[in-house]
Design a protein around this ligand. Structure first.
Ligand SMILES: [Zn+2]
Length: 207
């Protein structure tokens, strides 16, 4: 397992506030940082009453309270398609954040917080991670395209109806002039669309 010489990260501004960013290349599989804090025993009333966003449950009994200042790993944001993961040792009661992809300097480090956290904290406000933003943008673009298509269709229909009305009016005029003689069919091919349509329109009305 590769060991990094110095801390390969720094706290910096991210889309959603603060985040943890790589300052040097981090190889896939390497340990980045430990997620730590006081160990809470859910069998103790006092411990069980602790409530914050940084609780990390290790076993049914033990939970790490990561809200302490020293726990720099608490700055790592959630992502649905992350470049790191939380590696939990239930035996040692330890949590290590490990790279699951090669991470380049400047890239934000993130891991999947899990479905429980997602449901409780992210779903209500909408996940802001890259893959969710991308999905949202794609959906928006699709919705916009669909709206535009609907509008175009409606405009086309309106135009057609207008044309229909115009032709009907014209047809009435022609019928008044040309009635009762029928136009010779031989001329139909060379005739203009308007006259062809007008004869078609005229017939059911006179019948
Ligand atoms: Zn997401």
């Amino acid at each position: 397992m590769p060991v990094l010489s110095s801390k390969p990260y720094r706290v910096g501004r991210s889309k959603t506030g603060l985040g943890l960013f790589a300052t040097q290349p981090i190889k896939k599989g390497s340990k980045i940082i430990r997620y730590f804090g006081p160990m809470l025993d859910c069998n103790k009333k006092k411990d069980d009453a602790v409530e914050n966003k940084y609780l990390f449950q290790i076993t049914k009994r033990w939970t790490v309270d990561g809200s302490v200042r020293k726990n720099v790993a608490r700055y790592i944001n959630h992502a649905c398609k992350p470049n790191a993961e939380s590696d939990v040792s239930t035996r040692k009661l330890k949590i290590v954040i490990r790279a699951i992809k090669n991470i380049e300097p400047g890239q934000e480090i993130n891991y999947d917080y899990g479905t429980e956290y997602y449901k409780e904290y992210l779903k209500p406000i909408g996940c802001k991670c890259d893959s969710c933003e991308k999905k949202r943008k794609k959906k928006l673009a699709e919705a916009r395209a669909e709206k535009a298509a609907l509008k175009a269709r409606a405009e086309k229909k309106a135009l057609k109806q207008k044309e229909k009305a115009r032709l009907a009016k014209q047809g009435d005029g022609l019928k008044a002039k040309a009635a009762p003689t029928k136009k010779p069919t031989a001329k139909a091919t060379s005739a203009k669309t308007t006259s062809r349509k007008s004869t078609k329109r005229g017939t059911p009305a006179s019948a």
